[in-house]
Design a protein around this ligand. Structure first.
Ligand code: SAM
Length: 270
């Protein structure tokens, strides 16, 4: 997969040389190219921002440097069109599902902004002929889009074939579709069997694979119900087995006539 990142802080992307993403780059699975937006300015001060039309606080990123930078990146492609990912708090939420979807692309271009964001016409210009996604990593406002790019690249890169040592590792991850039905992963333990008087749950050292799988599943359901009830509400009861349903019933969750889970005592009849 090829990744291009256009930024006024190329050094902010240094962590992409480290750990899993760094190894994927070294192994040739990821071709990451970071571009300095200021290289596409033509004034003495390398200006990338200006005051907003209509007034108001803050500055807005000028369209000309972005246009030149993106044209240069696009011209360096080998015929394919990239998906352009625009980090912005007003974008579609970045989820594991979106990470999966983007991991299927051959080429992604990220446009992390600063100030109050990029002049809207840039998104319109490229959105008219390319797949442009405005994406938010959460309901909070950061100072710039570089940290969101690091987040997204790591989430996407670990889904690429050959990047994780064990190809099955992300199958049991929180939010994974399929076997996990979008639930959170339960707690994990390693050696020693006793630490500060706390023992590992007996079932995990029983060697009984069926019981271990059931325990893990129950813990995933409990954790999801406690921390992310919204995920239980969105869960498809048909994706769960009868043990799952019994565990959820113990926790006070039952499927209603609308086919969605609700709290047994709190379901509002219409
Ligand atoms: N005024 C803008 C708003 O309220 O939507 C926020 C601009 S923010 C200070 C500057 C840049 O940081 C954004 O253009 C975007 O690139 C990035 N950014 C900040 N928070 C983000 C988030 N939650 N998700 C994705 N990008 C974010």
């Amino acid at each position: 997969m090829r990744l291009d990142i256009v930024t006024i802080f190329p050094e902010y992307l240094e962590p992409l040389n480290v750990s899993l993403v760094g190894k994927a780059r070294a192994a040739g699975r990821l071709d990451v190219r970071v571009h300095d937006l200021r290289a596409f300015t033509h004034d003495r001060h390398h200006t990338v921002d200006d005051t907003p039309y209509g007034g108001g606080p803050g500055m807005v990123m000028k369209p000309e440097p972005w246009g030149e930078a993106l044209d240069a990146v696009l011209a360096s492609g080998a015929g394919d069109d990239p998906v352009i990912v625009v980090p912005t708090p007003s974008g579609r939420p970045f989820t594991q599902e979106l990470a999966q979807e983007l991991s299927a692309a051959r080429w992604l271009v990220f446009t992390p902004a600063r100030y109050e964001g990029i002049d809207r016409r840039v998104i319109e210009e490229y959105g008219a002929r390319l797949d442009v996604r405005e994406v938010s990593i959460g309901d909070y406002v950061l100072a710039g889009g570089e940290a969101p790019v690091l987040v997204m690249v790591e989430a996407i890169a670990r889904l690429l074939p050959g990047v994780l040592g064990n190809a099955d590792s992300h199958r049991d991850d929180s939010f994974a579709p399929g076997a996990m039905a979008g639930l959170l992963e339960g707690p994990v333990h390693t050696k020693p069997p006793e630490w500060r008087g706390r023992t590992v749950p007996e079932v995990l050292i029983s060697g009984h694979h069926g019981r271990i799988a059931r325990w893990r599943r129950d813990e995933a359901l409990r954790r999801t119900a406690a921390n992310r009830p919204d995920l239980i509400e969105r869960c498809d009861p048909a994706a769960l087995d009868r043990h799952d349903l019994a565990t959820l019933a113990e926790l006070g969750w039952e499927p209603g006539e609308d086919g969605r889970f609700g709290r047994a005592s709190g379901r509002v009849e219409e």
